[in-house]
Design a protein around this ligand. Structure first.
Ligand code: SUG
Length: 458
C-alpha cells in the first residue's frame, strides 16, 4: 500500500464520555470557576447524559467519527472503605454523609465524563513502533479525580486491546511532581487537513502549569495541574523525540483567572492553532518552536484580549470548542451554547474566526449546559484518538457510535437515570444500587467485558 493511501485511512475519532448516573454539582474543583460557583445546585443526570448523546449524534450525522467511553462506578464505596468507613453499603454511605460529606460528594462525582482528562494519546503515525500509545492520566490534583485512572486504564485496555496496534503505559506516579491531567494539556498539530490530515506526522505541544524541579514561578491563586516533568515523562513513554515535541508554560495569570487546563484557552487541529493571547507564558517562543518543527506553515488564529477578555473566555468556553476537519480542507468549530449567549464572543466568532483568513468555515452550537456548570465544555467531553482503518477494526466492544448504538444508549439512559439529583440524595443507598444496575447493563450493551470493581470482585 502506498504511503498516501495508508494515510487516507486515518480518521480522528472523538471518544466522548458518557455522563454517569450520579452527575451532581459538588463544588469540588478549586480553580475551576464554574464548579466553584455551582456547587450545591440540583443536577439533572438524565438531561446531562442526553445532552452528551445529542452532541455525539449530531457530529456523527455530520460525518465525523464518534466513539463513546463508559462512565465509572460511583459512588466509589471502595474508596470510602479505604478511608476507614466500615459496615454494609448503607452504613458506609450514612456515616460518610454524617461525618465527611465532602468525601461522599467526591466519591459520587461523575467527573470521568470529561474524557479529555482521561489520557494522553500518541497516534501510530508519530510513534517509533507504529502503534497508538496511551497513558491514563493520574489526576492526582483532586481526590475525586484521583479515583479515575485505574478504571480508565482498564476501559482503555478493553477497547484498544490488540497489542499489535496499541501500547498502554503505566499511569505516572500520583505525586505532585508528576501531576498529569491528560490530553487537556496536549495538542497535536500536523501538516494535513481534510480527510487524510490526521495521518500526517505530527508535532506535539505539551502545555504545563508549573515545573516541579526549579523553573519559573507558577500561579499564586489557583493550582497548576500539569507539570513539565509529567509531560516530559509521557513524551518519553511514547517515544517522541525533541524534533516532535514542544513544551510550553501556560500563562500563570490565566490559571489564576480560572484557566485550569490549556484546553480552556487554546485548541489546535491540523496546522491551525486557535488561542487567546494570554494562553502561553511566552507566546512568541511557543509559536517559533512549533514552526521550527512543523513541515508546513503553522496557521495561528490569535484572539486578542481586546476582542475577548479572559473572563469571557472562561465563562463562555470559546476555546473549549472542538475543531474538526472536513474532507474539503475546511474546519468546523463546535462551541457551547454559552458562546452564542455572549454578544462579544459571538461577534468575535463571526468577524475574527469565520471571516478570517483561516480554514475555520462553520460553527456548530451545542447545548451541554449540565456539563458546563461543572466547567466542562464540548472539548472536555471528548478524547481524540486518530486511528487508521486497521486500528479501528481491532477495537474491542461496540464503542463506535452509529444510529443503533445511539438509540440503545438513549433508551438505557431513559431507563436508569434520575432527572433530579441534589447533594442530599447522594447518601441514598438506592442511588448506589441503581447505578450498579445501570453500569452492569452498559458493559453488556457496549460489549467491553468486566471493567468495574463490582464486576471484578464478583
Ligand atoms: O477537573 N470539573 C472538572 C472539569 C474538567 C474539564 N476538563 C477539561 N477542561 N478538559 C475538573 O475541574 C467539577 C466537579 C464538581 O464540582 O462537582 C469537576 O471536577
Amino acid at each position: 500500500m502506498s504511503e498516501s493511501s495508508m494515510s487516507e485511512e486515518v480518521r480522528e475519532v472523538n471518544f466522548d464520555g458518557l455522563v454517569g448516573p450520579t452527575h451532581n454539582y459538588a463544588g469540588l474543583a478549586h480553580g475551576n470557576v464554574a464548579s466553584m460557583r455551582h456547587g450545591g445546585l440540583t443536577a439533572n443526570p438524565r438531561e446531562a447524559a442526553l445532552q452528551g448523546l445529542d452532541k455525539m449524534k449530531s457530529l456523527m450525522e455530520a460525518g465525523y467519527a464518534q466513539g463513546v467511553l463508559p462512565p465509572q462506578q460511583r459512588p466509589d464505596l471502595g474508596a470510602l472503605r479505604d478511608l476507614g468507613f466500615t459496615g454494609d453499603d448503607a452504613s458506609v454511605l450514612a456515616r460518610a454523609a454524617e461525618e465527611a460529606p465532602q468525601l461522599l460528594r467526591a466519591v459520587c462525582s461523575a467527573s470521568s465524563m470529561w474524557t479529555a482528562n482521561a489520557a494522553t494519546v500518541t497516534p501510530s503515525a508519530d510513534a517509533p513502533d507504529g502503534r497508538v500509545h496511551f497513558t491514563a492520566a493520574n489526576l492526582q490534583s483532586s481526590f475525586h479525580r484521583y479515583l479515575e485512572p485505574r478504571t480508565t486504564a482498564r476501559v482503555l485496555a478493553a477497547m484498544f486491546r490488540d497489542p499489535a496496534h496499541f501500547a498502554h503505559h503505566p499511569v505516572l506516579p500520583a505525586t505532585p511532581a508528576f501531576s498529569d491531567e491528560g490530553a487537556a494539556n496536549h495538542t497535536r498539530l500536523c501538516a494535513g487537513s481534510g480527510d487524510n490530515g490526521h495521518g500526517e506526522p505530527g508535532v506535539h505541544l505539551f502545555v504545563y502549569g508549573r515545573q516541579a524541579f526549579g523553573g519559573q514561578h507558577g500561579p499564586t491563586r489557583y493550582p497548576a495541574r500539569q507539570t513539565l516533568e509529567a509531560s516530559q515523562a509521557i513524551a518519553r513513554q511514547h517515544g517522541l523525540s525533541d524534533a516532535q515535541t514542544v513544551f510550553a508554560q501556560q500563562n500563570p495569570d490565566a490559571i489564576d483567572a480560572g484557566v485550569f487546563h490549556n484546553d480552556v484557552i487554546a485548541v489546535g487541529n491540523g496546522p491551525v492553532l486557535l488561542y487567546h493571547d494570554m494562553a502561553f507564558r511566552d507566546e512568541t517562543a511557543t509559536l517559533d518552536a512549533l514552526r521550527a518543527r512543523m513541515s508546513t506553515p503553522l496557521i495561528p488564529v490569535r484572539v486578542p484580549s481586546e476582542a475577548v477578555s479572559l473572563e469571557d473566555a472562561v465563562s463562555t468556553y470559546l476555546f473549549n470548542s472542538q475543531l474538526l476537519s472536513n474532507p474539503d480542507g475546511s474546519m468546523t468549530l463546535v462551541v457551547p451554547g454559552e458562546c452564542q449567549e455572549n454578544e462579544t464572543v459571538w461577534r468575535t466568532i463571526q468577524d475574527l474566526l469565520l471571516a478570517g483568513y483561516n480554514p475555520i468555515s462553520e460553527v456548530l452550537v451545542k447545548d451541554v449546559k449540565q456539563s458546563m456548570r461543572n466547567g466542562g465544555g464540548p472539548a472536555c467531553l471528548r478524547l481524540r484518538v486518530a486511528l487508521s482503518s486497521a486500528e479501528r477494526q481491532t477495537l474491542g466492544g461496540r464503542v463506535l457510535l452509529d444510529e443503533a448504538l445511539h438509540g440503545d444508549l438513549t433508551a438505557w439512559v431513559e431507563r436508569h437515570y434520575r432527572d433530579r439529583l441534589a447533594p442530599e440524595d447522594l447518601a441514598d443507598p438506592q442511588l448506589a444500587q441503581e447505578s450498579l444496575t445501570a453500569l452492569d447493563e452498559l458493559t453488556q450493551l457496549l460489549g467491553i467485558g468486566a471493567v468495574y470493581p463490582f464486576q471484578l470482585e464478583a
